[in-house]
Write a protein that binds this ligand. Structure first.
Ligand code: SF4
Length: 182
């Protein structure tokens, strides 16, 4: 599998202090994509679900992890590895939010069994209008896990989009839902 970034604590892509996981590889090439550096399946970022999980498990020994946000890139281009990773991550937190450019109806329901919240649909730059957690307003939020639904309803009722910058050895990574021309 190809994973370009793992960041913590991400506090702008879902409730609490989360681990953000950015898959790389996305042939969609949406106009205005905020992560074009993640379009290629870059060999530098080749890894395994077990390696990713081992890193996160070490993190969890010393830091609270309220959930995971998985984005990209397009996580659904790596479904076998994604499914394996989701099963492992559940040991730490079963609050798992996943972004995809696909529609939920196009996905194998088995793949979504461990997903708490799915945000689906293609990114349309002309509909990037500050929708909370959504790159564009055509995207839909699916609260798949009834146990998490109240938490997310409250989150959507009380939060606003924010940007969080991480300083890494590769430079600054700006996390959040960015407006066009950011
Ligand atoms: S699906 Fe997401 S990562 Fe891929 S090109 Fe579109 S906006 Fe960018």
């Amino acid at each position: 599998m190809y994973v370009a970034r793992i960041l913590y604590p991400v506090e702008v892509l879902g409730p609490g202090k989360r681990v953000g996981i950015w898959f790389c590889g996305c042939p969609r090439r949406c106009k205005g994509c905020s992560n074009p550096e993640l379009w290629e399946f870059n060999e530098r970022y080749k890894t395994t679900p077990e390696t990713v999980f081992a890193l996160i498990k070490r993190l969890a020994e010393e830091h609270p992890i309220d959930g995971f946000t998985i984005t990209g890139g397009e996580p659904m281009f790596q479904t076998a590895d994604l499914r394996k990773l989701l099963g492992l991550l559940k040991e730490i937190s079963d609050d798992i939010l996943v972004y995809t450019g696909y529609k939920k109806s196009d996905l194998d329901p088995a793949l979504l069994a461990d997903v708490s919240v799915l945000i689906d649909g293609e990114y349309l730059e002309e509909r990037n209008d500050d929708s909370l957690l959504r790159g564009s307003s055509n995207q839909e939020v699916h609260l798949l896990d009834a146990k998490k639904a109240d938490t997310y309803r409250t989150y959507f009722a009380t939060e606003t989009n924010k940007i969080q910058n991480f300083f890494t050895s590769d430079g600054v990574v700006s996390v959040g839902i960015h407006r066009p021309n950011f």
